[in-house]
Design a protein around this ligand. Structure first.
Ligand code: GLN
Length: 186
């Protein structure tokens, strides 16, 4: 999706590959596995340094968990890059995954179709965090933030790569461009 928008994109597995990136996306998956691999590959400090350097980072679903200041029930440290607390798997089990049309004024007036797969629930956001979108799973659930941003750090609890709507990717590339790092994606 990034390439379709004209950006140069590459996969990152080592600290070396973090160098000269304009921005980083931490995708969905399983945060406990991420935590273990980050430990095994000694990526905690390089990733923290990347965040400290002011580089834009976008975390989706498990990636959001990794960026949070605190995540429930995660036996690994998070990167504490954005002032939110998340409850892992609080929407329920895999069968409780759901899709919803959400309003995201920052990317346009058309509703955005969001796919939630065993997503984390954002339990609290700090004062410096901008809530880009909120959603309720069903009529009995409370409305909670599902897309948040603090400076150049963005986190979404859904999977924006699973539809053909590129507006979130465009939004992130705009953050990368405005961060003006030496080798940002074009
Ligand atoms: N439930 C997963 C976790 O806790 C996240 C799922 C996902 O990224 N789709 O890490």
């Amino acid at each position: 999706m990034l390439r379709s928008l004209g950006a140069e994109a590459r996969e990152v597995r080592t600290a070396e590959q973090l160098k000269s990136l304009g921005g980083l996306i931490i995708p969905g998956g399983e945060s406990t596995t991420f935590g273990r691999l980050i430990e095994d590959f000694r990526l905690q400090e390089p990733l923290s340094a990347f965040v400290r350097s002011g580089a834009p980072v976008w975390g989706t679903c498990a990636g959001m968990i990794m960026l949070a200041r605190h995540a429930s029930d995660l036996p690994f440290p998070t990167l504490q890059a954005i002032d939110i607390e998340v409850d892992r798997n609080a929407y329920g089990r895999q069968v409780d995954s759901f899709e919803a049309d959400i309003d995201v004024p920052a990317i346009g007036s058309e509703p955005y179709h969001a796919v939630f797969i065993r997503a984390p629930v954002v339990a609290s956001v700090g004062p410096g965090v901008e809530v880009l979108a909120r959603c309720r799973k069903d009529d009995t659930s409370p409305e909670t933030p599902v897309a948040v941003r603090q400076g150049v750090i963005m986190a979404t609890s859904f999977h924006p790569e699973l539809t053909s709507d590129t507006r979130f990717h465009r939004y992130f590339l705009d953050i990368v461009a405005s961060a003006g790092r030496p080798s940002s994606a074009k």
